[in-house]
Design a protein around this ligand. Sequence first.
Ligand SMILES: [Zn+2]
Length: 94
Amino acid sequence: MTITPHDPGTYLVTSETVDGDSYMVDMGDPERPDGACSCTDYTMRIEPLIARGQVPVRTRCKHLRAVAKWIELACQRKKIVDTVTSFCHVQRVR
Ligand SMILES: [Zn+2]
């Protein structure tokens, strides 16, 4: 799984299972503090529950968990690009 920062707050994550496939992870949506992902796990299982106002058991697919960990490590090491800096800031404020 490779994580590449894309637009501010968004990350491109390559698929482990399907060669050449990648998913867009959006950590910048204030309405979704746990982030959103374009994979089927998120869009078919997690997103519909959130859309109905329910609280899913898991709010993050494996891509979201990977990106959250990546950001956490980047913040700790301070080897961070501007978009991630602002995310660290957002995390601290919350
Ligand atoms: Zn995903």
